[in-house]
Ligand binder design. Structure first.
Ligand code: CA
Length: 238
């Protein structure tokens, strides 16, 4: 079945280019040319992901984000903006965008980010489909939500959120993931409540996987930005 995507964009040329390219990639693409129509679409249909321009007539992208997230809709959103101002990006992420791309962008990058957004969204994608990995001496089984190290007779059952965080790290190896991205993707948009939970989960991963949890080499903190996972070729799909 084709995955339905919504593109909300008022620049008609860009809208057509996006539609053509995404259809070529195998998505079923709906379009809206202003914020009000776009919001109505999101509220009345189920999309795998939404590409949302920020500068829109009638209702801007920030307002659309605020409104749909306040209604509890967790559809992954990739925001687009002509301005590459960091404040815009942060506001977008705070309001519940899962990712953000500044114009002009390469279509290839947009497609990659979109795929990633869908692949890592625990609400629309069952991480169990991704099955098992090995990392260092550990087997990680997303079917059973467990981490095992047979040699050390170690076994830990993961909570759903822990599994989702670990999976997100694995899927985004080498990429700095900021807090908002993490929280928007895994918990939905209500960030502050869960900040410490995320830290605790990552702390636990360090205790399990790191030789020295206080000086991690795989699950690192990027000060005032977020976190990064690097496997140094120790991560494999089992
Ligand atoms: Ca626009």
């Amino acid at each position: 079945m084709k995955k339905p995507i919504l593109v909300i964009e008022d620049e008609i040329n860009l809208l057509h280019i996006l539609k053509l390219n995404l259809e070529y990639e195998g998505y079923e693409v709906s379009t809206a040319e202003n914020g009000i129509l776009g919001m109505q679409e999101i509220l009345s249909n189920k999309y795998e992901a939404v590409i949302l321009d920020i500068m829109l007539p009638k209702l801007d992208g920030f307002e659309v984000l605020k409104e749909i997230r306040s209604q509890g809709i967790t559809t992954p959103i990739l925001a687009l903006s002509a301005r590459s101002i960091t404040a815009d990006k942060i506001l977008g992420l705070k309001l519940g965008a899962n990712d953000y791309l500044s114009k002009p962008f390469e279509i290839e990058e947009l497609v990659l980010r979109l795929k990633n957004l869908i692949a890592t969204n625990p609400n629309t994608f069952n991480i169990k489909e991704d099955k098992t990995y090995t990392f260092l001496d550990f087997n990680i089984d997303f079917n059973q939500y467990q981490i095992m190290n047979p040699q050390k007779k170690f076994k830990k059952i993961l909570s759903q959120k822990e599994a989702a965080v670990l999976h997100y790290f694995f899927k985004n190896e080498g990429i700095i993931i900021n807090r908002e991205q993490f929280i928007n993707t895994i918990w939905g948009y209500n960030a502050n409540v869960y900040n410490r939970t995320l830290d605790n989960i990552i702390l636990n991963f360090r205790k399990i996987f790191e030789a020295n949890p206080k000086s991690p080499q795989y699950f690192t903190t990027i000060r005032s930005i977020g976190f990064k996972f690097e496997s140094f070729n120790q991560l494999h799909h089992a």
